[in-house]
Design a protein around this ligand. Structure first.
Ligand code: KG4
Ligand code: ZN
Length: 347
């Protein structure tokens, strides 16, 4: 396989990631997570994350080069997450990428983290169909995207009006006394009956169709779980944690799958790609496999290890952007904490 040799650097949240790809071939994907430092706070502490990136960046870069078995001189480009994410955390990656690009005399691309979550599937399932729909589900974002070209033509057709799906997992985990990050823990704890408790499905009522057909809302669900647990505890009614976790998870996944397949129908698209940390969820994956065939939709989801934040996704997007012939970013670009998903590459 051939294609540009690209190093991708990711530091938008709590994972320091460095990936190296040659076109659509993954050569290295080194991730150093600072998650343990945040567990006792129940969420990512930005200053702690920034410092951890600073400490982990050079060793992670070195490990990626060693694993790929390449010399920096061989690289065609360096790519880095320019946003969205935590400002201080992003700044560490951008500074590191600029230093590498300058020292090695390589073109530098400042890229969009969210587009990276979609592009990473190039490494697992090859060339992308045109167009396709992407369901992006992470800790900070939940969106439906119409992707005409991953290197530069992405239109957001829906998003969350309050909490992101991953955020709902993290907050509900806290309510249930489970640890951070909540997604994998609830995924594992959801061993009970998914129909035990009928939790609300946000923005799926008929009245929401006009304005919010492709939008999401998870904050009502989070509150409903909190109230349900409070009531059960106040009344001293014993309950199975597995039932609450499974019922919450079913509500999230049911909404995500229903809305994603509905959007495919609306836009006449027959391929759905799912990306972001929540795409690692076992129930989301099984529910999509159950329901997509009847809707005539082919589903692509990267392996779970590529769904959560990593550098390979930025390298994969970088290779797509280089292949599309796009110019590098201006050397003075900065990190943009609220970079919109439609801006795949910063100028
Ligand atoms: O994409 P990601 O690694 O970071 C962001 O860009 O936000 O996503 C992290 C989010 C967290 O909220 C985490 O709880 C969630 O993804 N997550 C999961 C699973 N693994 C990670 N949510 C549900 N099920 C999982 N298996
Ligand atoms: Zn992410």
């Amino acid at each position: 396989m051939s294609g540009p040799l690209v190093m991708g650097i990711e530091s938008s949240c709590d994972e320091t990631g460095v990936g190296i790809v040659r076109g659509r071939e993954l050569l290295a994907n080194e991730v150093a997570s600072s998650v343990e430092l945040h567990v006792r706070f129940g969420g990512v502490v930005p200053e702690v994350a920034s410092r951890a990136h600073l400490e982990a960046m050079v060793p992670t870069l070195q490990r990626a080069l060693d694993t790929a078995g390449i010399e920096p001189a061989e690289l065609d480009a360096v790519a880095v997450t320019a946003g969205p994410g935590l400002m201080g955390a992003l700044a560490v990656g951008v500074a590191a990428a600029k230093a590498c690009a300058y020292a090695w005399d390589k073109p530098l691309y400042g890229l969009n983290h969210l587009a990276g979550h979609v592009a990473v599937d190039l490494l697992d399932h090859g060339e992308l169909p045109t167009p396709f729909l992407a369901l992006l589900v992470s800790g900070g974002h939940t969106s439906l995207l119409l992707v005409n070209d991953i290197a530069g033509d992405i239109v957001e057709i829906g998003t969350t009006i309050d909490d992101a799906a991953g955020e709902a997992y993290d907050k509900v985990a806290r309510v249930l006394g489970l640890s951070y990050p909540g997604g994998p823990v609830i995924d594992k704890a959801a061993t009970g009956d998914p129909r035990a408790i009928a939790f609300p499905r946000g923005l799926t009522a008929r009245k929401d169709q006009a304005k919010h057909r492709h939008n999401f809302s998870f904050s009502g669900l989070k509150t409903a779980v909190a109230r349900w647990v409070e009531t059960a505890e106040a009344e001293q009614t014993p309950y199975e944690l597995g039932d609450v976790a499974a019922s919450f998870q079913e509500a999230v996944c049911d909404v995500l799958v229903t809305k994603a397949l509905d959007a495919c129908t609306t836009y006449g698209v027959d391929h759905l790609l799912v990306g972001g940390g929540v795409a690692a969820n076992s129930r989301l994956r099984s529910l999509l496999a159950e329901r997509a065939p009847a809707a005539g939709v082919t589903v692509r989801i990267p392996r779970p290890g590529l769904c959560t934040d990593n550098g390979a996704m930025i390298a994969a997007l970088g290779a797509a952007v280089v292949t599309a012939g796009q110019p590098p970013s201006s050397p003075d670009f900065g990190a943009t904490s609220s970079l919109p998903v439609s801006r795949v590459r910063v100028g």
